[in-house]
Design a binder for this molecule. Structure first.
Ligand code: SF4
Length: 234
């Protein structure tokens, strides 16, 4: 009995030691991935023009691997960047940029008539006379007080399937289910664009995101030339 007790004690000590070693290895891997994620985000953020230009198969594989690491470590990466005194929106900007690069080719292959563009309501002027509908979101009446008018005009000119002003988060899913586009453009703050691209691409729809120049709840701003160049992608 005594021998059995000692054996059990030894085995449980051995199991505990294994658990300890495995936990240490797991933590080490997590730490290494976190460092890779944070450093890569920073480098990508600084050199994104260069990476944008280098569109090879190797770059695409590199982007996919990096994006998987950053998606897996999304919250810890943001925490580390803000602890280091950086802007944690950098993670969303970098992730959104990578998704744009990876989806650009498929998006470009979809004809204009099968695409929709979704605009944030914060782009509207504070005195916007647009009416709201739970089905179509806000309907721009073309007063010309904000850039939504220009973007809507451009979408109509190119023959887009639709331009919609989103009154809230759930709207994007609803309008996609209703209009069934084959490609989507979304405009918003870094977080919205990153999450929107993730959600829409998970639905199997190629998409492109454009980040606002100035985020906030009202009177935000977007670079019209950037919007047009994405809308015109072929
Ligand atoms: S242009 Fe359209 S969205 Fe902008 S303020 Fe006028 S009605 Fe509203």
């Amino acid at each position: 009995m005594e021998i059995r007790g000692k054996m059990t004690e030894f085995l449980s000590q051995e199991v505990l030691a294994y658990i300890g070693i495995l936990s240490l290895i797991g933590f080490g891997i997590f730490l290494i991935l976190l460092i890779i994620g944070v450093v890569s985000s920073y480098l990508f953020f600084r050199k994104r023009e260069f990476i944008r230009g280098a569109s090879s198969r190797l770059t695409s594989i590199f982007l996919r691997v990096l994006l998987s690491i950053l998606d897996f470590l999304y919250l810890p990466s943001k925490k580390v960047i803000s602890i280091l005194g950086g802007n944690d929106a950098m993670v969303d900007i970098v992730n959104a940029e990578m998704r744009n690069m990876l989806l650009k080719k498929k998006f470009s292959e979809v004809p204009y008539s099968e695409r929709i563009i979704i605009l944030p309501q914060c782009l509207r002027d504070t005195e916007c006379p647009a009416s709201f509908s739970s089905v179509d979101g806000a309907r721009c009446v073309g007063c010309g007080k904000c850039k939504i008018y220009e973007i809507t005009k451009k979408a109509n000119k190119l023959g887009y399937k639709g331009a919609y002003i989103a009154p809230g988060g759930g709207f994007v899913k609803r309008i996609i289910q209703r209009t069934k586009p084959r490609a989507v453009i979304g405009i918003g703050c870094p977080y919205e664009v990153n999450m929107g691209l993730l959600e829409v691409s998970n639905m199997g729809i190629p998409c492109q995101g454009i980040i606002l120049l100035k985020s906030g709840c009202v009177k935000t701003d977007v670079d019209l030339l950037s919007v047009y160049s994405v809308m015109e992608l072929k």
